[in-house]
Design a protein around this ligand. Structure first.
Ligand SMILES: *Cc1c(COP(=O)(O)O)cnc(C)c1O
Length: 390
């Protein structure tokens, strides 16, 4: 059985170990739910307080220009773009992931007129499935993951997929599926909610079309943080404005009677952005400063490898998470028929994960702040809990 000293040695040798100090984490808690709500980065509280006091409190309406409020959705979007492998000018931070999915489903539809169908996967995240159903109506094909390439024919406008599965942690090959869709003449709308900030992405290099994602998971932007949309530059000339509001107008303060779209991704904006939430997200992204995403991925895989190995050695629960590193994101799921009971007992021992119906225990490993000893201690607690429950 792998001893705790091995985990301690991995922490000592970890080049990213110091990044944990960029977060405010409660003592004695092993937090393995950063895939659901990222931890609070140091500095966010003070920055938001300053924005309230100085920008809002003193600068008042002038802050829209003087403090950069008006450009914040695009400025924050570009910072997220750096984590997506996207050159500047292709990402905006706004609205929720759900609303952005709606918008980019409409964009996808408009990019491929004459093609009626959307294809998605069984077991996609509920909001993705509901919205694809809503936009595509009877023209939605829902297929098993293995059948995705075969479902792409000349009537398909868009493939709508989540890159890393929220339930199992299984990860698609983004570049390969994008190429397969393009071969069939379709575009792809990727949901990167469980990827961004944990998995290196190369959207431009992969020839990606459209993407959305959350900012409150591995980006640590805070509860309900503004989400984001990516549209590849080659689509900007023909980009439909899916919810044409005044903030996405070419000249918002001209107050023109008719809508004229702003250039590029700005036309994806609809109404007044939530500035305080954007400030929090902007500051949260500082936690990634100077961090190599390749190193981050290496640590994420080492953490999940260690977890899978220890669970094999000491607990013996089945995992629906792919054991091959290239096929998983930064979470591991385990199956137990009494998953809610097991998780409640773990939480009482200060090990925080979550459950998804019917029987899945989920553990997320945010590589910016999870340590190898956290993995060891979590499995130690899990072994005890499973023994008690069985
Ligand atoms: C977390 C998550 C969402 C959440 O959408 P919200 O609009 O922020 O509630 C959507 N899709 C996927 C795949 C997710 O993992």
């Amino acid at each position: 059985v792998t001893p705790r000293a091995d985990a301690e040695a991995l922490d000592s040798a970890d080049p990213l170990a110091g990044l944990r100090r960029r977060f405010c984490l409660p003592d004695g808690v092993i937090y393995l739910d950063g895939n659901s709500l990222g931890a609070l980065p140091d500095g966010v509280e003070a920055r938001v307080a300053a924005a309230i006091r100085t920008e809002w409190g003193s600068d008042l309406i002038a802050a829209w220009d003087d403090d950069g409020w008006w450009d914040l959705p695009v400025a924050v979007g570009d910072r997220i773009g750096a984590l997506l492998g996207a050159a500047p000018g292709q990402v905006v931070a706004c609205d929720s992931t759900s609303v952005n999915l709606y918008k980019l489903l409409r964009v996808a539809e408009a990019l491929r007129p004459g093609r009626a169908r959307f294809v998605t996967q069984h077991g996609n995240f509920p909001t993705d499935a509901y919205l694809a159903q809503h936009v595509a109506g009877k023209c939605l094909d829902v297929v098993a993951a293995d059948d995705l390439p075969g479902a792409l024919d000349t009537d398909v406008a868009a493939l709508v997929l989540t890159h890393v599965d929220y339930r199992t942690g299984a990860m698609h090959d983004l570049a390969a599926l994008t190429a397969a869709a393009h071969h069939a003449g379709a575009v792809v709308l990727w949901d990167l909610s469980h990827s961004v900030g944990a998995v290196p992405l190369a959207l431009d290099a992969a020839g990606a079309d459209l993407a959305v994602g959350c900012s409150y998971k591995y980006l640590n932007g805070g509860p309900g943080a503004p989400a984001w949309c990516y549209v590849a530059r080659r689509h900007h000339d023909t980009l439909a404005a899916p919810l044409p509001g005044w903030v996405g107008h070419a000249d918002p303060f001209a107050m023109e009677p008719a809508y004229r779209p702003a250039p590029g991704v700005r036309r994806l904006l609809t109404g007044t952005p939530g500035i305080l939430a954007l400030r929090a997200l902007d500051t949260a992204l500082d936690a990634f400063a100077g961090v190599s995403l390749t190193d981050l991925r290496a640590k994420s895989l080492a953490l999940t490898d260690l977890f899978l190995r220890l669970v094999d050695e000491r607990v013996g629960l089945a995992s629906p998470t792919p054991h091959r590193a290239a096929d998983r994101g930064s979470q591991v799921s385990l199956c137990h028929p009494r998953a809610p009971e097991v998780m409640a007992a773990l939480v009482r021992r200060s090990v925080i994960g979550d459950v998804r119906p019917p029987d899945v225990l989920r553990f997320g490993f945010a590589p910016l702040y999870v340590r190898y000893v956290d993995v060891w201690d979590a499995v130690d607690a899990l072994a005890g809990v499973v023994r008690d429950v069985d």
